[in-house]
Design a protein around this ligand. Structure first.
Ligand code: BES
Ligand code: ZN
Length: 592
């Protein structure tokens, strides 16, 4: 039988895992998680059971009653890791794997105290999507094999553990240790397993929402995300009841490689969202939207990733439109268009990665990652929405969510369902072009607003000498300034930069989207006064969305390249493994 997921040893002809019980000790000295994972099967079964592992040392496998279960670890494969094959005696209900993780586990980042805000305690966080859960737990690491889980996590006092699960009490462990218990009663794909440990404090935002962060950050975080309950209520009005009990969030140290990660009941967020003006809550809206379009209905494999992210961008902009109006939503679409264009350019030589339904045999999902499934995917859904009308599409959304809830589906299943519910709609939008052909189809939806056109015209008039009045820019919304910077000509010189820097005071912006957009312009131009700020950002912030374009922009000039190499040499050991790989990949392509 061919495997259904090119990124997993999961075999759908074998027994299915139904739940995990994790008992893990967080060893900061050795940088490993050590303990056991008890896997329960959906029904008692026997024969081979193939699990994914990467870097795990397996000590022993036992069945209920303690009988040893024979196992073998396959050869290391570059993307997948090693297959762990258990030979289950007939009628086995579950197996317990005793193991520990590797200090090199890509799914974990172990931070020294110096990399935290408080500087006194170490910090650990996980990032399992797309295929890194196997570096934490031996498991069927394929989204089709949803599991519930419970966990007992022992951490050194006085640290706190949080997970993508509900808290289920804590107890003092052996001297100097605390044990935190968790329970996730709803079935989740393995990529939504999440754990973080550090000096953490929580602030309630509403009866069902709390933000966690290091003590020095938590007040700022509570202020920034004070609107969360409004977002949840808006999302519920659009997509139905929130199904995950609590919507808590954790603000991580700045090396977190993403903007946000929709870990259920505990969204992980980059601290770069703390702009001080609530201007970046679209990321919260996005991670929240995944509670429906993603965590409830997700992609079967990375080849259908657009189903997860395209739907979520669509849902995020719907929430934003309900909250802030049409003009704000078109700004969102415009910013997304820029990200889409950049990704299309980056994959010029890999058009096969610009289709929505991808084929990723032999391709690392982290290398295939781009804004294409997000923005092309969302535009495909808007095309369908426009073809059938918003009202009908809204009913379709409800039907889609209730039909596939708690499942992980393929593009083909999605299309069959659209054909059932909205007959003829796929053909009308030329779904084949969206799904299977590279680049953007002709007639893709456009998003316009008077304000967007004004700002675009102003930016495009730069070469003709048009400049905004600085006082006027002070009154712009942050997204307007961001769009303006994105639309400026790409080849500005140092004099242009000096003007922008002086008149618009861009260096001191707390909004990292604006700051980084500006620093990229400055880097491309070789505007040396911005170099210290670039160094500061790249030495601290690990969010790949910022790191990649900054290193890329530095590549445009000799002094920029020298700076990039110097920053990278110093910062690489503190980067997340994923961030390091992205930065390395960019620098390797610099001209010698
Ligand atoms: N699930 C993603 C992050 C992710 C994707 C992690 C693939 C690992 C592999 C998350 O929901 C996301 O899309 N985050 C975006 C924010 C957003 C507003 C588009 C990000 O991190 O920038
Ligand atoms: Zn997302």
């Amino acid at each position: 039988m061919p495997r259904i997921d090119p990124h997993s040893f999961f075999d759908d002809a074998q027994p299915l895992t139904r739940s995990w019980s994790l008992r893990l000790r967080v060893d900061f000295e050795r940088q490993v998680l050590a303990g056991s994972a008890a896997l329960r099967l959906a029904a008692p079964a026997g024969g081979p059971l193939d699990l994914d592992t990467k870097g795990l040392s397996i000590r022993r496998v036992t069945a209920a009653g303690g009988a040893e279960v024979p196992f073998e670890l396959g050869a290391e494969e570059p993307i997948l890791g090693r297959r762990l094959r258990l030979h289950l005696p007939a009628g086995t209900a579950g197996a317990t794997v005793e193991y520990e993780t590797s200090p090199a586990a890509v799914g974990l980042q172990w931070l020294a105290p110096a990399q935290t805000e408080g500087k006194r305690h170490p910090f650990l966080f996980s990032q399992c999507q797309a295929i890194h859960a196997r570096t934490l737990v031996p498991c069927q690491d394929c989204a089709v094999a949803r599991v519930t889980y419970d966990a007992e996590i022992a951490v050194p006092a006085p640290l706190t553990a949080v997970m993508s699960a509900g808290p289920d009490g804590q107890s003092p462990g052996p001297a100097g240790w605390r044990t935190f218990r968790f329970r996730m009663p709803q079935p989740i794909p393995s990529y939504l397993l999440a754990l973080a440990v550090g000096e953490l404090e929580g602030r309630d935002l509403s009866p069902r929402s709390r933000v966690w962060a290091e003590p020095a950050t938590v007040e700022r975080a509570a202020w920034e995300f004070a609107e969360t309950e409004t977002l949840v209520a808006r999302a519920e009005a659009l997509f139905g009841p929130y199904e995950w009990d609590r919507f808590d969030m954790l603000v991580l140290p700045p090396s977190f490689p993403y903007g946000g990660m929709e870990n259920p009941r505990m969204t992980f967020l980059t601290p770069t969202l703390l702009a001080g003006d609530r201007s970046l809550v679209d990321v919260v809206a996005h991670e929240l939207a995944h509670s429906w379009t993603g965590n409830l209905v997700t992609n079967a494999t990375a080849e259908h990733f657009w189903l997860n992210e395209g739907w979520t961008v669509f849902a995020e902009r719907r929430i934003l439109r309900a909250l802030r109006g049409d003009a704000a939503a078109s700004m969102g679409w415009s910013i997304g268009q820029k990200e889409l264009d950049d990704s299309l350019e980056r994959f010029q030589d890999k058009p096969e990665l610009t289709v929505l339904r991808t084929h990723l045999e032999g391709v690392d999902p982290d290398d295939a990652f781009s804004s294409i499934p997000y923005e092309k995917g969302a535009r495909f859904l808007v095309a369908l929405e426009r073809a059938v009308g918003e009202e009908r599409f809204d009913r379709f959304i409800q039907a889609y969510l209730s039909r596939f809830r708690f499942r992980s589906i393929t593009t083909e299943q999605f299309c069959a369902f659209v054909e059932e519910e909205l007959p003829g709609a796929l053909a009308r939008v030329d779904a084949d072009a969206w799904l299977h052909r590279p680049g953007m189809p002709d007639g893709a939806p456009r998003f316009v607003s008077a304000r967007l056109e004004e700002i675009t015209a102003l930016a495009e008039g730069w070469k003709a000498g048009r400049r905004p009045a600085p006082a006027e820019v002070q009154a712009w919304k942050p997204t307007e300034l961001l769009v303006y910077l994105q639309k400026l000509p790409r080849d500005l010189g140092v004099e242009d930069c000096a003007w922008l820097d002086r008149e618009l005071e861009l260096d001191g912006r707390g909004n990292h989207e604006i700051l980084v957009q500006w620093l990229c312009i400055a880097a491309r131009a070789g505007h040396a006064p911005a170099f210290p700020r670039i160094r500061e950002v790249l030495s601290k912030v690990g969010r790949m969305k910022f790191v990649r374009p900054l290193y890329q922009a530095l590549g445009a000039t000799g002094p920029g390249r020298a700076l990039a190499r110097e920053i990278f040499a110093a910062a690489a050991p503190t980067y997340h493994a994923l961030t390091r790989r992205v930065a390395e990949g960019v620098i390797e392509k610099y001209p010698a």
